[in-house]
Design a protein around this ligand. Structure first.
Ligand code: WTA
Length: 635
């Protein structure tokens, strides 16, 4: 009996129970039967959840790209691995076979080695959604360099912070990138970012937009001539199971982004297993995940998960509204996509448009449709189910995080009956629990609590780069011995989970995880600002939008408020990126603070939402009168 694929509900319960009773045997069998290893493990797992120390497949030797590419060549060499669909539909799509992918990754890996990159070095990848992004990621993994992909929508100072945090030796970027009707000059952003990044020795530049770029002698090199000169053969580095594979930054509730570190074997096993099951992947399916590879969703479900299963995966450079609102549906029709995976914010924005945009395309190849990144509201769920899935395709509402490496709670299509807005059951191997305020595990159903995971799973992040203490404090201290997700959840009468949202200071805007602290830091740097507090409030399309309460310095008092608000938003854009812009700004004279000086965000959240009914206990406030004033100012 194999555990790699769950075929029906009865089997789900069987596998789930096995994975709880004998997690070692469960993962041992999956790892043993579905991957190519240089050497197998001595021990399946070793952990101390108090100390946040976890290791999987101890002493095993492996290279993830051998599993993503080489082992498929005999049977699937001429099969398409990657379909590249450019931003402009008039530009021809590219079909890259597994054989071609091997050649391209091997050449790129040789270029990286020639340029002095060795196992363990960090390489920052700042590229648009083009094949070179996939090739760069895989080439790093091939030679054991740790990739740190930074979403190409981040501003120069956000890039600097990420490069410096992990001392990247190299940056791979492009002249620019296309996004809808715009093009963005990425190299200009990198030039600015590198003014303050002393660790970077080399910058490889991909040509995409033909924008004119500044080439700094001795540092910057056009990539294509190097690739042309490279040989299409490469011996993969032999990696230990726990050698780092990549760093991916995610926002925290304090200022500095957290470089989540994922290691090799556990991540490989978990991303492959979850992909196979959650998307009911079968040979010859065409899988399309619309995320950017700059986020974990793109890492696990555009690249690693699909390629580990020998799948055909679509890389889409564009946006859902360009050249028109039919773009997603046109691409599904054109490439005969069988699984489609996107975010609620995209669904909501397309649901606003005429349904003809969807109806005019043939979506009959679809069999599973998925959602990720934030809670999907009932209306969006039904629209997706009715108009895209035609009530035929199970909607998989997948809950997970950058930290978890892969999907944790989700229906399995054709296995778990779906329920709108519910992520339903945890996957086999995922021991989800709800905790009450007294830190006790809640056994009953029909309850809400803090969502924790009480046993390690192979895909979990192992640490925060350079700061294990912070890793421990952020995830393993609130509920000692358990991994705390930062999310709240409800469990219904049958044990289905519904994620209710963050219980910390992270706000999810259009599926992007934004910490409020870094945004506040950026705002506070504006010369007219004394202090600020950011909260999220519900937004029809974005899920949440940002609301800023801002106290001005005396010098700012006389300034025109609309101008100031614009300036502050430009400031946020240039420090973090346009995704962090505030939708509403209210200038206030004070913020509600506790006696220990902590801003009481729950009150601000209520005001931002327009709910003035019950502010709860305000007796610990130092300045209770400010609440009324802020409320009046908003009305
Ligand atoms: C939220 C994205 C509800 C959640 C893969 C989580 C969700 C955070 C869902 C992680 C979902 C993700 N339903 N909420 N299906 N999926 N979230 O690290 O708050 O970018 O903690 O990973 O997104 O965001 P991240």
């Amino acid at each position: 009996m194999s555990y790699y694929q769950v075929k029906n509900l009865e089997q789900y319960f069987k596998h789930y129970n096995k994975s709880i009773r004998e997690p070692r045997k469960f993962w041992d069998k999956i790892a043993d039967e579905n991957f190519t290893w240089y050497q197998k493990w001595d021990k399946v797992v070793e952990f101390d959840m108090q100390e946040a120390e976890v290791k999987w497949f101890l002493n095993a030797k492996v290279n993830i790209t051998k599993n993503c590419i080489d082992r498929h060549l005999a049977k699937r060499g001429e099969k398409t691995a990657i379909i590249f669909e450019p931003n402009d539909p008039k530009e021809e799509a590219q079909h890259i076979t597994y054989n071609e992918l091997y050649d391209r990754v091997a050449k790129m890996a040789n270029v990286l080695r020639d340029q002095g990159i060795k196992k363990g070095d960090r390489v920052c990848i700042y590229l648009p959604m083009i094949p070179e992004l996939a090739v760069s990621v895989l080439a790093c993994a091939r030679i054991g360099a740790i990739h740190s992909v930074v979403f190409a929508g981040f501003s120069a100072s956000a890039v600097t912070a990420r490069i410096n945090d992990s001392d990247c030796k190299m940056v791979i970027t492009s002249d620019g990138g296309f996004r809808g009707s715009k093009s963005i000059d990425l190299k200009v952003i990198i030039d600015e970012a590198l003014e303050k990044s002393p660790s970077v020795e080399k910058v490889l530049v991909v040509k995409r937009t033909n924008a004119s770029v500044n080439i700094k002698e001795g540092r910057d090199i056009w990539l294509q001539p190097l690739l042309d000169a490279a040989v299409p053969n490469n011996v993969a580095e032999i990696m230990d199971a726990e050698d780092p594979l990549f760093i991916l930054y995610t926002s925290g509730s304090t200022g500095k982004p957290k470089g989540m570190l994922h290691t090799t074997a556990g991540y490989m096993v978990f991303s492959a297993y979850t992909f196979k099951n959650i998307f009911n992947y079968e040979e010859n399916d065409v899988f399309w995940c619309t995320a950017d590879i700059g986020w974990i969703t793109g890492h696990s479900y555009i690249l690693y998960g699909p390629l580990l299963n020998g799948a055909t995966t679509v890389i889409f450079e564009g946006i859902p509204s360009y050249p028109d609102f039919g773009r997603f549906w046109e691409v599904i029709d054109k490439h005969k996509v069988t699984q489609f995976y996107t975010a609620p914010t995209a669904i909501r924005s397309l649901a606003k448009e005429n349904t003809d945009w969807v109806e005019n395309h043939d979506l009959s190849t679809l069999k599973v449709i998925g959602s990720v990144g934030e809670p999907i509201n009932e209306e969006a769920w039904h629209w997706y189910n009715n108009h895209v899935g035609k009530k035929r395709c199970p909607v998989v509402d997948t809950w997970w995080q950058t930290e978890t490496g892969g999907i944790m709670i989700s229906p399995l299509p054709f296995v778990t009956p779906t329920k709108p807005t519910y992520a339903t059951f945890p996957l086999p191997g995922v021991q989800a629990v709800l905790m009450d305020e007294r830190r006790n595990e809640i056994e009953d159903n029909q309850v809400v609590g803090s969502l924790c995971i009480k046993f390690p799973w192979p895909g979990m992040a192992r640490t925060i780069w350079g700061d294990h203490q912070r890793f421990k404090e952020t995830y393993f201290t609130a509920f000692p011995g358990k991994y705390f997700t930062g999310d709240g959840a409800l469990r219904d009468e049958v044990g289905y989970y519904r994620i209710t949202g963050r219980v910390d200071d992270v706000v999810i805007v259009s599926g992007h995880n934004l910490g409020t602290a870094p945004i506040e830091d950026a705002i506070n740097e504006h010369p007219a600002v004394a202090e600020s507090a950011i909260v999220g409030f519900p937004h029809d399309i974005k899920g949440n939008a940002l609301y800023g309460f801002i106290i001005l310095k005396e010098s700012g008092e006389s300034r025109d408020r609309a101008n100031l608000a614009n300036e502050i938003n430009q400031h946020v854009s240039s420090h973090i990126g346009p995704i962090a812009k505030l939708d509403k700004i209210q200038f206030v004279t004070g913020l509600p603070k506790t006696r220990s000086g902590k801003i009481m965000r729950r009150i601000l959240r209520k005001i931002a939402e327009g709910d003035y009914s019950n502010f709860g206990d305000t007796s610990t406030l130092l300045n209770p009168e400010i609440v009324e004033e802020i409320k009046q100012g908003k009305l």
